[in-house]
Design a protein around this ligand. Sequence first.
Ligand code: ATP
Ligand code: MG
Length: 158
Amino acid sequence: DRVEFTEFYHHIIDRFEMNKEEGITFERNLPKETIYVWMDKDKITQVMDNIISNAIKYSPEGGTIRFKTQKFYNKLQISVSDEGMGIPAEKVDKIFDRFYRVDKARTRKLGGTGLGLAIAREMIEAHHGQIWAESKENKGTTVHFTLPLVKKKRRGSA
Ligand code: ATP
Ligand code: MG
């Protein structure tokens, strides 16, 4: 469906902001304008929920989580950054594999099955988007994904 992304995104962040611990700060870097993308709202909600819960789960006390969108020619790039423990460079692409969890001992107490990002990748690929992560150990992680923008109809075109 055609969905206005900025408002949709604010609603999702609001829901997490109401329940989050006080030690974590949210910073929204979202445009004022309306942005239309093609997406299945329920599925993208599930993707966002996992990315944001991961960011919270791996954030230290006092950490900031940043939410950003960037428009490109035919796609919207959504990015969620945290200041958490990060992921070693050689493992950062594996986090999208089923059941993969970095350092089982370290993450065991944080819970989870290791399926969240594998499902996210399937859903983003079903939307013809990409999903990837950038990370620096002990500095933080950013997860990016893209969704197709709805093209504005040109005047005079059919
Ligand atoms: P689930 O989402 O199924 O509850 P999970 O969160 O462990 O479990 P994924 O969301 O698929 O699984 O993430 C896979 C692994 O990637 C995590 O176990 C963790 O090791 C690593 N990871 C994901 N996001 C982050 C992050 N923001 N910072 C550090 N490590 C992360
Ligand atoms: Mg997860």
